[in-house]
Design a protein around this ligand. Sequence first.
Ligand SMILES: Cc1cc2nc3c(=O)[nH]c(=O)nc-3n(C[C@H](O)[C@H](O)[C@H](O)COP(=O)(O)O)c2cc1C
Length: 209
Amino acid sequence: MSDLTNVLTPEHPILPHLTQRRSPRAYTAQPVSAEALQQLFTAAGSAASCFGEQPWRFIVGSKATSPEAYQKILGTLAEFNQAWVKSAPVLAIALAKTTFSHDSNPNAWATHDVGQAVATLAVQGVELGLQIHQMAGFSQEGARTAFSIPAGYNPVSVFTIGYPGDLDQLPEALREREMLPRVRKPLAEFMFEGGWPQPAEERYDQAPV
Ligand SMILES: Cc1cc2nc3c(=O)[nH]c(=O)nc-3n(C[C@H](O)[C@H](O)[C@H](O)COP(=O)(O)O)c2cc1C
């Protein structure tokens, strides 16, 4: 079932899945089936990547089927994330392989490509009624130690996976934050057709004659 909470109102029409994707802090107790997880991570794996390297890796911890891993991922999170994250039935760490496999050179685009994979997973999630919430607030070293992650792989982010739940289960401050209008920069602030925008006084085509 679609999650229609706090849907984004875009400046121009876009896919409904993109407007419905959001980062919830409250989840129902409903477990995420193995099949749904397979669909989500298959979607992640469909993303484009530099040299087709597919540098993404994911460690998944499910309350229902891999509770030890779930607890270990939870333990890597900053306190402010631990405070709300516990209702999520699944936690995952996104990691990047930092070198290219074909020549062992550093892959400067690895983190970019992991981001693309997670973004793709998030959109697939909307189709399945699932939402994710990505977090930078975690300890990379903690994750490395907890899972014996070898050199050459960097933990990039942690994210929840689950069915969005009742906002009433959140403390008031978080509940309010959850319903704040979802504001996005206007296109004019980040899409520069024709080149980098110049200050008006330096633009010969706008100078007074
Ligand atoms: C890389 C990344 C790191 C984030 N880190 C955190 C975090 O540590 N804690 C948190 O509550 N939200 C975190 N967020 C969620 C953002 O705050 C959220 O995506 C943003 O406010 C936009 O909201 P929306 O995803 O609902 O559109 C993170 C998001 C991304 C993409």
